[in-house]
Design a binder for this molecule. Structure first.
Ligand code: FRU
Length: 574
C-alpha cells in the first residue's frame, strides 16, 4: 500500500514537470529547436508525439548553452513536443515550410521568460521575435523583396555571442520573421561567454543566380593573431546560409591598426568593381578601410586599397558599420554625390553629453577616394546607430538600430527596435532623411485636426501616433509636451535650436539638440519605447529610445499667437 502511494506521488511529481508544446503542422514542416541539459549528468531531451504516439526525439548534452536541433516532420497534423523540465530547458521552438517560408514566415511555438519580446501589439517598429537585437545587417532587396538581417542572440535579451536574425518584407514596415540565418562558430555556440560570433556585415545579390552572398566579421575575443576576420557565405534559397569561408584573415599590414577590423559593407563601385568598407582604428583616429576585387562573384581577389577616411572627432575610437551609397544619380556618373555613413565608437560630444554619434559625409566617390563636400550628424538624438542603407532601384533606403551602447551592454536586459526605415535625398545642397514613403500606410485614422492647434490637450488611444504641424515661420518657438508616465518628454524649438527634452529639464545632459536648427515643419512618430522627430522634410532627424514600453498618453502644443498654421494627429496601425 505504502509503495503504491509512493509510486503515485512519483508519477504526479513527474507529470508536473512535463512540459508540452502543441503545434498543428502542414506537411513537410521544419522544426528549429534549441534545448539545454539542466545538468551535465543527464542529457536534455525533447520528444515528438503525434496521435499515433512518439515519433522522434532530439537531445542535448550541453548544460551551458542551448543546442540547436533541426527536425523535419513529413506528415502534417497536430503534434506535441514534450520535455521534462527537471532535465531539459527549451529556449526557442518554431516551425516553417521551406517551400514558402519567404511568403509565410516562421511560426513561433515557444519562447522562454529570458528571451520573450515585450507584448506590444500596437507597436509598429521592427523587433526580433525573441532574444536580443542590435545592428541591421545585409539590408537589401533580393528576389524582389526587402530583406533585413540583424545582430541577434536567441536565448536572452542581453547581448551575447552573435547570430544573424532575419526578416522579409514587401514594404519595409510589415516584416515576416525568417529562420535564424547565421550562427557563431561551433566553439562560440557552446557557451554563452560573450566572446564574439557573427558580427555585422552586408549582403549582395549573386550575379549567377537568384541567391545572395553575405559578408560578415567573425569575432573571437582574444584570438591570436586576429580577433576579427572577414567571412563570406552564400544562400541560394535566401533563408539558409551555406558554409562560411574566410575572405580576409588579416588586417592590412603597416597601417598601425588596432585589433578592430569589422563590419564589411560591400557595394558596386563607380568602376563596376565590388568594393568593401571596413571599420578600424589607427593612431590617427578611427578609420574606414577600402578593399576591392575584380571577381564578379565577390568571392575572392579582395585587395586592400587604402584608408578611405580618418576621423578623430569627438574622441572616437574605432569607426564602425561604414556604409557608402550614391544618393542623387547613378554610381557610374562622376557628378553623382555619395553618402558615407559611419558610427563613431565611444565618441562623446562634450557640449551635449551625447555618445556614440553617427556621422554622414556627402561627397564624391571615384572608386578609390572619397572627396567630402560636407559632413554632419545623421541624427541629433543619437539613438540611430549602425545605420545601413542601399539603393533600392533608384531610391536610397536605410535603417538603423534604435539604441545606443551607452544605455546597454552585455549585462543589460535591453529589448530594442529598429528605426523607421528612411530615404536619403539631396535637396538644395542639404541631405534629407525622411521616413520611407510607405510610412504613410501606417496611418489608420485622424485623431485630431483642431485641438492640438488650439493649444488643448489631445489624448491618444494607444502609443502608436504620428503628429504633424506647420509653423507660420521657420524658427518660431514652440513646445510640444508629451505626457509619458515615467519620463518627462517634449519636443521644442528655442534660441538654441530644435530639441527633444528627455528625462529632465533643459540643462539635463545628455541634451538632444539640433543646434541652430530653425525649422517650420514637424513630423513626429511615437511608439512604445521610442520617439522619432523629422523636421523640414527630414533635414533634421532625431531618434530617441524611451526607457520602458509605456505609451505616451497625450500631447499639448504651446506656441505664440498665430504660430501654428495647422496640426494633425494620426492614430497609427501596422
Ligand atoms: C556596432 C557593433 C559592430 C559589431 C556589432 C557586434 O553596434 O559594435 O561594430 O559588428 O556591433 O554586435
Amino acid at each position: 500500500m505504502e509503495r503504491v502511494i509512493a509510486m503515485d506521488q512519483m508519477n504526479n511529481a513527474a507529470e508536473e514537470t512535463i512540459r508540452v508544446i502543441h503545434a498543428d503542422l502542414p506537411v513537410n514542416a521544419t522544426l528549429h529547436l534549441w534545448l539545454k541539459a539542466v545538468s551535465p549528468e543527464t542529457p536534455g531531451s525533447l520528444s515528438l508525439h503525434s496521435v499515433n504516439g512518439k515519433f522522434g526525439e532530439v537531445q542535448a548534452i550541453n548544460a551551458e548553452e542551448h543546442s540547436f536541433r533541426i527536425y523535419q516532420v513529413f506528415g502534417g497534423g497536430p503534434i506535441e513536443l514534450r520535455y521534462d523540465s527537471r532535465d531539459t530547458t527549451v529556449s526557442v521552438a518554431y516551425w516553417f515550410t521551406a517551400s514558402d517560408v519567404l511568403e509565410t514566415g516562421i511560426t513561433i511555438l515557444h519562447t522562454s521568460p529570458a528571451n520573450q519580446p515585450p507584448d506590444l501589439a500596437a507597436s509598429y517598429h521592427f523587433r526580433p521575435p525573441f532574444g536580443w537585437m542590435n545592428d541591421p545587417n545585409g539590408f537589401g532587396r533580393f528576389g524582389g523583396r526587402p530583406h533585413l538581417f540583424y545582430q541577434h542572440y536567441s536565448h536572452g535579451r542581453m547581448w551575447n555571442n552573435m547570430h544573424w536574425g532575419h526578416a522579409v518584407s514587401s514594404d519595409y514596415l510589415r516584416w515576416r520573421h525568417m529562420p535564424v540565418f547565421l550562427f557563431p562558430s561551433e566553439d562560440l555556440t557552446a557557451r554563452p561567454d560573450k566572446r564574439g560570433g557573427a558580427f555585422s556585415g552586408s549582403a549582395i545579390p549573386l550575379s549567377n543566380g537568384p541567391g545572395i552572398r553575405v559578408f560578415f566579421t567573425e569575432k573571437v575575443n582574444g584570438r591570436i593573431p586576429e580577433q576579427e576576420i572577414q567571412m563570406t557565405a552564400t544562400s541560394a534559397d535566401l533563408f539558409t546560409a551555406g558554409e562560411a569561408s574566410v575572405l580576409l584573415a588579416q588586417r592590412p599590414a603597416g597601417e598601425g591598426l588596432s585589433p578592430d577590423f569589422r563590419d564589411p559593407y560591400v557595394f558596386k563601385g563607380p568602376d563596376g568593381l565590388w568594393k568593401m568598407l571596413l571599420g578600424s582604428q589607427s593612431e590617427e583616429g578611427g578609420v574606414i578601410l577600402l578593399y576591392d576585387t575584380d571577381d564578379p562573384q565577390a568571392a575572392s581577389g579582395w585587395t586592400y586599397r587604402g584608408k578611405l577616411l580618418v576621423d578623430s572627432r569627438y574622441r572616437t575610437t574605432a569607426l564602425e558599420c561604414p556604409c557608402l551609397l550614391p544618393i542623387d544619380g547613378e554610381a557610374t556618373d562622376p557628378k553623382t554625390r555619395w553618402a558615407l555613413i559611419y558610427g563613431l565608437m565611444h565618441s562623446l560630444d562634450e557640449k551635449t553629453g551625447r555618445r556614440n554619434l553617427t556621422m554622414v559625409d556627402v561627397g564624391w566617390f571615384d572608386g578609390k577616394t572619397f572627396s567630402r563636400e560636407f559632413s554632419r550628424e545623421l541624427d541629433f538624438a543619437a539613438d540611430n546607430y549602425a545605420f545601413q542603407a542601399f539603393t533600392d532601384g533608384q531610391v536610397p533606403v536605410g535603417i538603423g538600430w534604435l539604441g545606443n551602447w551607452i544605455d546597454t551592454g552585455p549585462t543589460v536586459d535591453f529589448p530594442s527596435a529598429m528605426t523607421l526605415p528612411r530615404t536619403l535625398r539631396l535637396e538644395n545642397g542639404q541631405l534629407l532623411t525622411p521616413p520611407i514613403g510607405t510610412a504613410e500606410s501606417l496611418r489608420s485614422h485622424i485623431l485630431d485636426r483642431t485641438r492640438l492647434a488650439a493649444g488643448n490637450v489631445v489624448t491618444f488611444l494607444n502609443g502608436a501616433v504620428e503628429i504633424l504641424f506647420d509653423l507660420a515661420e521657420a524658427g518660431l518657438p514652440f513646445e510640444l509636451t508629451l505626457d509619458h508616465p515615467d519620463v518627462p518628454l517634449a519636443v521644442a524649438q528655442g534660441e538654441a535650436g530644435l530639441f527633444i527634452h528627455y528625462g529632465g529639464d533643459e540643462a539635463a545632459t545628455p541634451r538632444y539638440l539640433a543646434e541652430g536648427a530653425r525649422v517650420s515643419r514637424l513630423r513626429i512618430f511615437l511608439d512604445y519605447g521610442s520617439i522619432e522627430v523629422f523636421a523640414d522634410g527630414g533635414r533634421y532627424a532625431g531618434t530617441k529610445r524611451i526607457e520602458g514600453f509605456e505609451p505616451v498618453r497625450s500631447a499639448r502644443l504651446i506656441a505664440g499667437d498665430g504660430a501654428i498654421i495647422s496640426a494633425t494627429i494620426w492614430a497609427l496601425r501596422l
